[in-house]
Design a binder for this molecule. Structure first.
Ligand code: HAM
Length: 371
């Protein structure tokens, strides 16, 4: 979770929003560390450090875990959130981009997320990216007055980011720009054509969005973002793309790579999860009187040790209130022990669904109640 801060400066770029404003930094006497804001740079760092290029070559990796960004919290935007990410390292093949996007699409379906939209674009190789940068800088030159303060700075040091600024006035400027695929060299154009035809062949719905640029420097060629209307302003449930130069930049050989990450908290907002099933396996123990309570401590312990999920009332409720609690917890059975039951070394077991009651010997409880 903690990396040398310079890893992110080198991979995401000095001018990336995450690096400039959003890293939680930890300093000791000599070094500067960061709570990781994302996983891709760390995965590539580990790939190179462990010489996987020599021992494994092409790899498909996944990770799940907390990430940290110093952002203003709002719905779907947290300072500690979680990624589920995948990275395929060691290939330039456009069919791999298709596989990665199709995996994201399929995973969303399996998480009960429906109605998501996939936007794809190609930034091209570093030469193409720099052509796009120069073009945009030129086009925006006379329009700087209409840009927000952040975008005035971006015009100088990170012009691509202006394309995904949410400010109303910046959006109007961006909409007036002609952006297409004219910055792409023939190889990158061919690569992207193969990606979209692959998506077509798998019947995956997508939209080509030339305004989609992503905020991290490491991206080359394919980039994509998956949005969902349930999420409001922070509408990206996941995003990813190719980063063909990152392995080389972090000290490894020149290898293509592509991946994506989902934000788990946003998945939960977007997922149409079925209402939680009642925990029918739970047994709720109700002891009436002090003697019963003493016996209850042992019964609860032996039920749990026997693998029965069990709980009891610690608030000295009346029988009626305790039964209501058992109902609220969705318990399958209420177990009632009073003086009468104690004399018989038995408990009354009530089936919460049918209302049926019967007496069960204390020694038989675990066997009877184990589902
Ligand atoms: P990212 O777009 O910065 O990409 O983050 C991926 C996803 O994490 C977003 O689409 C969003 O769902 C979620 N997310 C980001 N910031 C927050 C936040 N503050 N609160 C809650 N959720 C958030 C990456 O991080 C790249 N590493 C993805 C990637 C993998 N590209 C290639 N491989």
């Amino acid at each position: 979770m903690i990396e040398e801060a310079s890893l992110f400066n080198r991979s995401l770029g000095e001018s990336a929003e995450i690096v400039r404003k959003q890293m939680f930094l930890v300093r000791n006497q000599e070094d500067l560390y960061a709570l990781r804001p994302e996983g891709t740079a760390s995965v590539v760092r580990a790939y190179v450090e462990n010489s996987l290029d020599k021992t494994a070559g092409f790899v498909k990796l996944y990770y799940m875990g907390p990430m940290f960004r110093l952002e203003r919290p709002q719905k779907g935007r947290l300072r500690q959130f979680h990624h589920i990410g995948v990275e395929a390292i060691g290939s330039q093949d456009p069919d791999l981009d298709v596989e990665i996007i199709s995996l994201a699409d399929e995973l969303l379906r399996s998480f009960s997320v429906q109605g998501h939209k996939i936007k794809v674009n190609s930034l091209g190789c570093p030469k193409d990216k720099s052509a796009l940068n120069s073009y945009l800088r030129g086009e925006l030159k006379g329009k700087a007055d209409a840009l927000c303060d952040d975008c005035k700075i971006r015009h100088e040091n990170n012009v691509l980011r202006i394309l995904d600024c949410k400010n109303e006035s910046c959006r109007r400027v961006v909409e007036s720009l002609k952006i297409g695929d004219f910055h792409l060299c023939p190889e990158c154009k061919g690569h992207f054509a193969r990606v979209v035809s692959g998506l077509d062949s798998l019947k995956i719905g997508y939209e080509v969005a030339h305004h989609l640029v992503r905020g991290l420097d490491y991206y080359t060629r394919t980039v994509f973002e998956i949005t969902h209307d349930e999420l409001g302003a922070q509408d990206a449930v996941g995003a990813g793309g190719r980063y063909n130069n990152l392995v080389g930049e972090l000290g490894g050989p020149d290898l293509g790579a592509v991946g994506f990450a989902f934000g788990v908290e946003r998945l939960l907002l977007a997922a149409k999860l079925p209402p939680q099933a009642p925990s029918g396996g739970l047994v709720y123990l109700i002891c009436l009187g002090d003697e019963a309570k003493k016996e209850g401590v042992k019964i609860l312990d032996s039920l749990r040790k026997g693998g029965v999920a069990a709980d009891t009332d610690y608030e000295a409720r009346s029988l009626k209130a305790a039964m209501r609690k058992a109902n609220d917890l969705g318990a399958g059975f209420a177990l009632i022990i009073g003086d009468d039951e104690l004399k018989k070394n038995a408990a009354t077991v009530k089936n919460m669904a049918s209302g049926e009651q019967r007496e069960v010997a204390l020694t038989e409880l675990t066997k009877e109640l184990k589902c």
